[in-house]
Design a protein around this ligand. Structure first.
Ligand code: GAP
Length: 486
């Protein structure tokens, strides 16, 4: 449950009003659970991708990146188990015809009753987890009916049985709609890495342990898509598959758990906003798995998964493709004094949702400050992004257009834009320009005035404290560069 009041609706409208995120196909009233990133959202997204890529690929000599195609051979999804297992238990309301994911229906009910009867809500969630773990669909329906959980649309408790629905989108390759042409939009980027394991290992002369990283789109036909960009039908993942010697996977799993939590904390978010959640029911491919959960406006929820996937995927691809997925390890095994020899590597993966990370960063940054004085009511909305994530790093304002101030500001802009993203604005009063930059999360604004022409100083204004000071124009670049490095 959320610890504070859920301000997600305010964040959603802020994102739309200030050009971060729009509903897809907005002029046609949107498309459910699909979103477009606007001019500032796309910068925020790029900054997060760059930070992740740098931490994975540039900071590890044994990790390289790839960019595999979204369309893949359909047998891949047979081999990976997605055709048979990538499904969620669903239930339909017979009156409204609305379909619900069973866990979402029960969780939604529990959220409602928690205010008046927290004990019941907690008990129901424990029961639900146990029934889901046991794939007990009859028991799940009974839990729904016994507790009179109603459809939000029809208001009735008239339910079908619980059934499994596959979450993959399918489409046709080529012009003839035959069964053999059916392909899927990938539901995870990971399989593009698995099927390129040997390509990369051989061409990159990679030695185990090594990793392959990828950022890209994934698609899931989520039946109940809720929580803005938390659960989307088209989203992006940042995944890394780390190939290890069999028997060492537990220690690498622990290594990546710690490394990934450190990455989150380095975003400047406090440790109290995170927790690990160990999976009780493991996916068909895993021998250990946990989520990193973040305290979103709607409560603690998964932002990243760390999974020890055994050699399941590579073994399956070996079987289905009839192509060996073996690695020859010529390191000496101390126990036998001989090389480890041929084996199918084990894999530890880290998988973080890019859009969920954006929501995390936005919810952490979104702040409403009361600036009222005795004489005047006032408030400001400010996005307190860490400078390295902020879409705009520096806004440059000439106090007025005339007297050569605009030219000076343009000169500064032209010099600085090589190093970071600057924004030039000459309209409106300075106070209004500052507030607009607060709403976009710009950490620094400088104003160029008549004094600048005399002594080469500018006013720098800091977003979070709103303090202003006079500094040498030539010092501004270092101030910004220092802030975005840390
Ligand atoms: N390759 C493993 C894998 O895909 P997952 O736990 O299903 O694991 C990994 O997904 C991450 O992808 C999640 O932690 C979440 O951040 C993100 N994700 C999954 N489904 C999503 C959805 N419908 N919308 C947005 N992000 C999603």
């Amino acid at each position: 449950m959320a610890t504070e009041q859920n301000n997600l609706p305010d964040i959603i409208s802020h994102c739309k009003e200030y050009g971060f995120i729009f509903p897809s196909s907005d002029i046609y009233d949107g498309l459910s659970a699909v979103y477009d990133y606007g001019q500032w959202g796309v910068e925020l997204k790029k900054n997060i991708k760059d930070i992740w890529w740098k931490s994975m690929v540039y900071m590890h000599e044994n990790i390289v990146g790839i960019d595999s195609a979204i369309f893949m051979h359909p047998t891949i999804w047979k081999a990976s188990g997605h055709v048979d297992n990538f499904s969620d238990p669903m239930i339909d309301n017979l009156d409204s015809k609305k379909r619900y994911r069973v866990d979402h229906l029960i969780e939604g009910f529990c959220e409602q009753v928690a205010d008046s009867n927290k004990q019941l809500a907690d008990e129901l969630l424990v029961k639900m987890d146990a029934l889901l773990a046991a794939d007990d669909f009859v028991g799940l329906k009974q839990l729904i009916v016994d507790n009179n959980m109603k459809c939000a649309v029809s208001g009735t408790c008239n339910w079908t049985d619980v059934r499994q629905f596959n979450l993959m989108f399918s489409t046709q390759l080529g012009s003839v709609a035959e069964d053999s042409d059916t392909i899927y939009l990938r539901p995870e980027t990971a399989q593009g890495i698995f099927v390129n394991f040997l390509n990369v290992q051989k061409t990159g002369r990679m030695k185990i342990p090594f990793g392959i990283a990828q950022i890209g789109k994934a698609f899931r036909n989520e039946i109940v898509a809720r929580g803005f960009i938390f659960r989307m039908r088209e989203f992006e993942q940042m995944e890394m598959q780390f190939f290890v010697r069999p028997g060492t996977q537990k220690e690498w799993y622990e290594y990546w758990k710690e490394a990934r939590m450190k990455w989150h904390l380095a975003l400047g978010i406090s440790a109290s906003k995170y927790r690990f959640h160990d999976h009780v029911k493991l996916a068909h491919y895993a021998d250990a798995a946990c989520d990193i959960e973040f305290d979103f406006p709607m409560g603690f929820k998964e932002v990243e998964g760390i999974h020890s996937r055994t050699n399941f995927d590579l073994s399956q691809h070996q079987e289905y493709s009839k192509k060996k997925q073996m690695y020859f390890d010529n390191d000496i095994d101390e126990a036998t004094g001989k090389p480890y020899g041929n084996y199918i590597p084990y894999v530890v993966e880290t998988s973080i949702g890019l859009d969920r990370t954006i929501l995390m960063v936005l919810s952490e940054a979104y702040t409403v400050e009361d600036l009222s004085t005795e004489d005047k009511k006032d408030s400001r909305v400010v996005l307190k992004f860490p400078p390295k994530l902020a879409p705009i790093k520096l806004a440059i304002f000439p106090l007025m257009k005339k007297d050569g101030l605009a030219e000076l500001a343009r000169e500064m802009m032209n010099e600085y834009r090589e190093d970071f993203f600057c924004f030039y604005e000459e309209k409106d009063a300075i106070g209004k320009r500052y507030r607009r930059m607060d709403a976009l999360g710009t950490p620094f604004c400088v104003t160029i005035d008549h004094q600048t022409k005399e002594d080469g100083t500018v006013t720098i204004r800091y977003r979070d404290s709103m303090d202003q000071e006079r500094v040498k124009m030539s010092d501004v670049k270092a101030i910004v560069l220092n802030a975005i490095k840390s």
